[in-house]
Design a binder for this molecule. Structure first.
Ligand code: NAG
Ligand code: NAG
Ligand code: NAG
Ligand code: NAG
Ligand code: NAG
Ligand code: NAG
Ligand code: NAG
Ligand code: NAG
Ligand code: NAG
Ligand code: NAG
Ligand code: NAG
Length: 618
């Protein structure tokens, strides 16, 4: 899917080998189109946002050079007749989201004087992208949150069109450095420095923008709109800090390394940290060490023989977060992937569902690396305006090296989420036969933490053994000998709406060599305008392991983790009937040749407190 309108306009023409004059004509036409769009936007300033949106054809954000923040085709779609009750049900109970309006990337997460701080890309004016500020919230446990006043607004020439994504660096002397991208008065992407006005304030309410900003401007040869999202800095033996910024040069995706001693003056390395052909603009790069022999996270500057480094990029073209594990050479600031065939952008994803612009930080209290990620709405933006809010952050996930596969990360919801567990139901060794769906007799199935294990209980002869090379396919309607089987969340009694989360296996002479982990959203809602894909991936399974999944259900979001977090899929679902008291949970087996034994434990989760900071009581 191409969200970038420049690509959709130009690519077909170039492929057809049109004469240069034609290309110039089309380019001219495109400029006229852009100018008329601009004129249109200017003359329509007084309209309400909903009217504007319905007539808008450019995806939001694209003109300013960031990734599309809406689907440009939305305006063709007809909205379901949603009721206020349906919209209210969609709001989550324990995922972080602002009180109202639009949110995107997590920015500058850090821990300071007893509080976890989360900043986030936030539009204070509307539930669609624009006028981006830094929203701010604090938490003691990353589950219950207090909203704080906006930390930074677009009020200087170097960020007047947006205070965009950035990262925090905690210096050994206790100072906090915040580097962020500003969209300037000329729509140039520059990197700016900010720092807390008062380090003794645990809430870090006031931020100072360095007077001589920007501290980094796009270097020669780099597009003025292809240069954003600085990482947390790390320090080398030469006492110089390094910061990474993603970009692209021609068809090559790149990550640029800058060195500094004081965060005001930066020098660009000649070498890129890493480059990969044809994966588009790299946004929100993240770079950090992981221990290959321990079970704790590492601070960003740690290196050594038992350490590997993760490089992550968010791909502007395809809206996925890709990573690879490799080796970092600090002597020349280069990184090489362990497996070049699974390099950044062509290999693993942090999350195989709807997930983007993630960022990690090192939690010095519990010695762990924590991952936040932005999950957008997959309904249409005009409905987000009616709801008055858009987007969530995932439950923070711990990040560890997978010591069994030695080739991927394991991501797992932070343990603090377990404090919301109120009661549980357990089903031990339930055998489900081919083609069956079994209701789990629980009430209140909109806020759950589920852990389920699956074993092949026996083989049946109902159907012919098919050795098809199956994958997630078209969803659970596609039956094969050894799958699909799993759970069905956010369903109504009659399964007229349902979201199966499942495994499906394929047999080869080597046994069950391939396991897929999938989520099928195709029947998640009766509304036709919402996106309802089938998501999934192959997942490694060892012979001494059962198939297992952890699933967090929170109204319109389902986060699913397979095999201890080797693969993760985040889904957004917008049911019309499977809501409130009508929401049910099932287990199912749609394989033709195996009986499945399921053991499942289901915790009901309380809502988290997420509200304004009680300034008057403190
Ligand atoms: C959310 O992201 C998906 C994928 O980029 C996109 O198709 C969809 O339009 C987005 N939704 C909104 C409301 O921006
Ligand atoms: C919404 O409701 C109106 C009036 O009841 C009806 O005419 C229309 O077809 C409905 N639209 C959809 C998408 O269901
Ligand atoms: C941005 O702010 C201006 C001025 O307050 C407002 O008119 C406009 O609607 C806002 N844009 C968005 C997308 O919220
Ligand atoms: C800094 O914050 C601390 C703690 O909130 C407060 O006591 C102190 O007065 C603040 N200093 C200034 C200069 O505002
Ligand atoms: C930062 O360091 C550079 C040299 O590395 C120096 O020229 C500059 O004056 C320093 N800036 C500040 C504000 O100290
Ligand atoms: C991990 O490796 C380092 C360096 O070889 C060693 O010092 C440390 O003891 C090892 N830790 C464990 C838990 O094996
Ligand atoms: C960087 O250093 C490593 C280790 O010394 C070396 O293998 C690699 O070739 C160097 N890379 C570049 C681009 O110089
Ligand atoms: C739930 O109740 C139904 C109807 O009583 C029963 O058929 C089903 O087996 C029960 N589910 C489980 C997992 O016990
Ligand atoms: C099994 O295969 C045979 C021969 O191809 C076919 O006649 C039969 O219908 C198949 N049975 C099932 C259940 O698919
Ligand atoms: C199993 O497959 C059949 C045939 O495609 C389909 O009708 C049924 O809905 C599927 N069951 C589930 C739980 O998806
Ligand atoms: C898997 O396939 C092989 C032949 O490729 C067959 O011998 C074996 O019985 C199959 N295993 C199962 C569990 O069906």
């Amino acid at each position: 899917m191409k969200a970038n309108i420049c690509n959709t306009l130009h690519t077909p023409l170039l492929k057809k080998n049109k004469k240069p004059s034609y290309v110039i004509f089309v380019t001219f036409g495109f400029i006229v189109f852009l100018m008329s769009m601009l004129a249109f936007i200017i003359t329509n300033q007084t309209q309400n946002p909903l009217e504007k949106l319905e007539r808008q054809e450019l995806a939001r954000g694209v003109a300013q050079g960031v990734s599309a923040k809406s689907n440009s085709y939305d305006f063709h779609k007809v909205s379901y007749n949603w009721t206020d009750a349906m919209f209210s049900w969609q709001r989550t109970a324990f995922h972080f989201q602002p009180q109202n309006n639009w949110m995107n990337d997590p920015s500058g997460p850090l821990f300071h004087m007893g509080w976890y701080h989360l900043f986030y890309q936030y539009n204070p004016d509307s539930a669609i992208w624009g006028n981006i500020t830094w929203g701010h919230a604090v938490s003691k446990d990353m589950i219950h949150w207090f909203y704080l006043p906006i930390a930074m607004k677009p009020d200087k020439w170097f960020d007047i069109n947006g205070v965009w994504t950035g990262s925090a660096t905690l210096l050994p002397n206790g100072e906090i450095i915040m580097l962020y991208t500003g969209d300037t008065n000329n729509y140039v992407q520059v990197q700016n420095l900010a720092y807390p006005a008062n380090l003794s304030d645990p809430l870090l309410l006031d931020w100072v923008k360095y007077i001589n900003n920007p501290v980094i401007e796009p270097p020669p040869g780099i597009g003025l709109k292809n240069f954003r999202d600085p990482t947390t800095a790390w320090i080398g033996p030469d006492k110089k800090w390094r910061v990474l910024i993603g970009s692209k040069k021609g068809k090559i995706s790149i990550s640029l390394v800058y060195k500094t001693i004081n965060f005001t003056y930066f020098e660009l390395n000649d070498n890129y940290l890493h480059a990969v052909p044809r994966t588009g603009m790299w946004e929100c790069v993240d770079f950090y060490p992981i221990s290959i022999n321990r079970s704790n996270g590492l601070d960003t500057s740690v290196n050594g023989p038992e350490v590997k480094h993760v490089l992550k990029a968010s791909l502007d073209d395809t809206k996925v977060d890709c990573y690879a594990i490799g080796t970092y050479f600090i002597e020349n600031d280069t990184w090489v992937p362990d497996n070049p065939n699974e390099d950044v952008g062509i290999g693993l994803l942090l999350d195989y569902g709807r997930y983007y612009a993630s960022k990690t930080f090192y939690d010095q209290v519990k010695k762990r690396r924590i991952l936040y990620g932005w999950i957008n709405e997959t309904d249409i933006a005009s409905d987000d305006l009616k709801k008055g809010w858009a987007s969530l952050q995932t439950i923070p996930r711990t990040v560890l090296f997978d010591k069994k596969t030695r080739s991927n990360l394991v991501l797992w919801p932070i343990e603090e989420i377990e404090s919301l567990r109120i009661s549980s139901d357990e089903y031990e060794g339930v055998v489900i036969t081919p083609g069956s769906v079994v209701p789990l007799n629980i009430t209140q199935a909109s806020q759950l933490d589920i852990f389920a294990e699956f074993e092949i209980e026996s083989f049946t002869s109902e159907g012919n053994i098919s050795n098809d090379n199956i994958d997630c396919g078209k969803g659970t309607l596609e039956r094969s000998s050894f799958g699909p089987f799993g759970i069905i969340a956010i369903a109504d009694d009659t399964l007229s709406e349902q979201t199966p989360i499942y495994f499906t296996l394929s047999n080869t002479s080597l046994g069950f060599s391939t396991t897929f982990f999938c989520v099928d959203e195709t029947r998640s809602s009766k509304a036709s305008e919402v996106e309802k894909p089938v998501y999934g991936s192959k997942v490694p399974v060892f012979s001494d392991e059962k198939l297992s999944m952890r699933v967090l259900v929170d109204h319109s979001i389902i986060e699913s983790f397979a095999q201890g977090g080797r693969r993760v899929i985040s889904s957004r679902v917008y049911p019309t009937e499977a809501i409130y008291g009508a929401t049910r949970l099932f287990i199912f087996n749609n394989a033709t040749n195996i009986n499945i034994k399921v053991s499942i434990k289901i915790w009901h989760l309380n809502s988290a407190f997420i509200g304004p900071f009680p300034f008057d009581q403190s």
